[in-house]
Design a protein around this ligand. Structure first.
Ligand SMILES: Nc1ncnc2c1ncn2[C@@H]1O[C@H](COP(=O)(O)OP(=O)(O)O)[C@@H](O)[C@H]1O
Ligand SMILES: [Mg+2]
Length: 523
């Protein structure tokens, strides 16, 4: 029996929610939680007043004598306290089993053998604990603890649902997900804080870390690559919280992004030529505008025979090429030692004979190293930076170099930036949640003290002031501005020739081109 089947079986228990409400998840813990709620209608003041939550509906149905929940309440008249009465027992046994099974648990795939080993260990530990239990309680506990050890409890169905990109556990009974860029509340819940804590413990111990009062904040990763952040009291006030950024098994390709209307076919063809022709490209945008997604898509244009080194804080990029080395920085351990930052990795990457260096995001003292690498023959590098416009991206690079304590005159830093990057691609998130490329901008040389930028493709808001004034609700098509980029020579030196037709502009393009600005903005 696989995990899914076991979870389904768990639903066959006599604690299923009322038939009028289909169970919100295929997880055995929901009915168990329902049981808790059903048993204690007398303590409603401790619950959040949330209309029509699962708990609410179950309590109502429990009050109705004909509903199955009501029958259940009568079955267990003695258990009237809040929370799982076995919470601490479960935690003890769970911990003991994890200690005992150790690496055996996390290396192996979950198959019938492993399930049986875990079940037996739970059995033994539960017996060894000597807490008096009825036979039913004993077998229920064995099943629940085994499920928790092998899986992620109530999180399981959400982790398997590919349409969910993020899972946010604000409290054990308050879980939100992000689907297609939008936040949604869910009806899924843990039994109580102790239950949530057990799952967090499990996730964290999988990567060999601990979470407790001494180190109440941990980043971890699920075996499928999803990133997990857990933070517990005393830092989070109301109880443990968990945030999971799911690893997309099938990341968006350039084709997908064109389909979403994020950019046009023509601009994508143009980007393909730029990447093949070894331009250094900077992707800018705010948080969650899709910079990493775009970096991943753009990097698919790197020819397969080139050697790529990727450097990230948490590996998100998924290169399709064969010749790839993936590096990930390391945070300091509890004693504050052993940290390896992006900067060290960039320096190390230079000794690895890379054709391309792809840095997930620049945000620290690695910036100058990146610039120097690009200026000393490591062409075709790609990276992202958090910024509100292409121009802001340049300013942010400058700030990062300066805050790293580099003793260089501002002008020299700008020189480095302008000769390092050839192209900036800016992403904007519209009010409706869609992501758009709003600028494809060429970085030109310095003129007096200022770096000159030239927009090659632009998506304009209906009124031109839109970019500077907060969230954008509407953007026009991403259109070619009609100006030939200055880096065409560099492209052809690298064997990439864009045909002259590519730059042909039709009547309507010409009209727009007159609007296209050869922008020279102050720093
Ligand atoms: N073009 C797009 N259209 C729709 N959703 C997108 C697009 N690009 C990214 N996303 C989604 O937005 C979220 C954040 O994307 P990500 O690339 O990590 O952003 P950033 O790196 O800018 O913080 C992800 O869930 C991703 O699936
Ligand atoms: Mg990112």
């Amino acid at each position: 029996m696989n995990l899914r089947e076991r979870l389904f079986n768990a639903q066959g228990e006599p604690v299923a929610p009322p038939p009028s409400e289909p169970p919100p998840s295929v997880n055995g813990h929901i009915p168990a939680g329902a049981e808790e709620q059903a048993r204690e209608p007398a303590a409603p003041e401790s619950r959040q007043p949330e209309k029509a939550s699962l708990a609410e509906r179950l309590r109502e149905s429990a009050a109705a004598p004909s509903a199955p929940g009501g029958a259940l309440r009568e079955q267990r008249p003695t258990e009237s306290h809040r929370g799982d009465p076995f919470a601490s027992l479960k935690t003890r046994v769970h911990r003991a089993c994890i200690d005992k099974l150790g690496s055996q648990l996390f290396g192996a795939a979950i198959d019938d053998d492993l399930t049986e080993v875990v079940r037996q260990t739970v059995e033994e530990e539960l017996t060894a604990d000597r807490t008096p239990l009825t036979r039913d309680e004993h077998s229920r506990l064995v099943r629940e603890i085994t499920d928790d050890i092998l899986g992620y409890g109530p999180l399981e169905p959400m982790l398997e649902d590919d349409s969910i990109t993020e899972v946010m556990v604000n409290a054990f009974d308050r879980i939100y997900v992000e689907r297609a860029g939008k936040l949604e509340p869910t009806q899924v819940a843990f039994l109580d804080n102790a239950h949530l804590m057990r799952i967090i413990d499990k996730i964290v111990s999988q990567v060999g870390r601990r979470i407790d009062e001494a180190s109440p904040m941990v980043d971890a990763r699920l075996p499928d690559g999803s990133r997990v952040n857990a933070i517990i009291p005393p830092l989070s006030l109301k109880g443990p919280t968990l945030t999971i950024r799911k690893f997309s098994r099938d990341p968006y390709s350039m084709h997908d992004l064109i389909g979403f209307g994020t950019l046009s076919q023509r601009s994508a063809d143009f980007l393909a030529a730029c990447v093949r022709g070894q331009l250094n490209v900077l992707i800018t945008g705010g948080t969650g505008t899709g910079k990493t997604t775009m970096l991943n898509a753009v990097s698919s244009f790197i020819p397969n025979e080139e050697r790529i080194v990727t450097i990230e804080d948490a590996a998100e990029l998924q290169m399709q090429q064969e010749h790839v080395v993936t590096l990930e920085s390391r945070p300091p351990n509890i004693e504050g030692k052993g940290e390896i930052r992006i900067r060290e990795l960039v320096r190390n990457a230079l000794r690895m004979r890379p054709d391309r260096i792809v840095v997930g995001e620049v945000r620290g003292n690695e910036t100058l190293d990146m610039l120097q690498a690009m200026n000393t023959g490591h062409e075709g590098s790609l990276t992202t930076i958090h910024a509100n416009s292409p121009r802001d991206g340049l300013a942010r690079l400058e700030t990062l170099v300066l805050t790293a304590g580099v003793d260089l005159p501002l002008r020299a830093i700008r020189e480095q930036i302008s000769s390092a990057f050839d192209l900036i691609l800016h992403l904007t998130r519209l009010v409706d949640g869609s992501r758009r490329v709003s600028h494809i901008t060429e970085v030109l040389r310095m003129e007096s003290d200022v770096i000159t930028l030239q927009d090659l493709f632009l998506a304009r808001p209906p009124d031109e002031s839109g970019f500077e004034t907060g969230p954008v609700s509407l953007l026009g098509e991403l259109e070619y501005c009609g100006l030939k980029p200055h880096f065409l020579d560099k492209l052809s030196a690298n064997g990439v020739n864009l045909p002259p037709e590519f730059f042909a502009v039709d009547e309507s393009d010409l009209a727009r081109a007159s609007v296209a600005r050869f922008r020279r903005l102050g720093a």
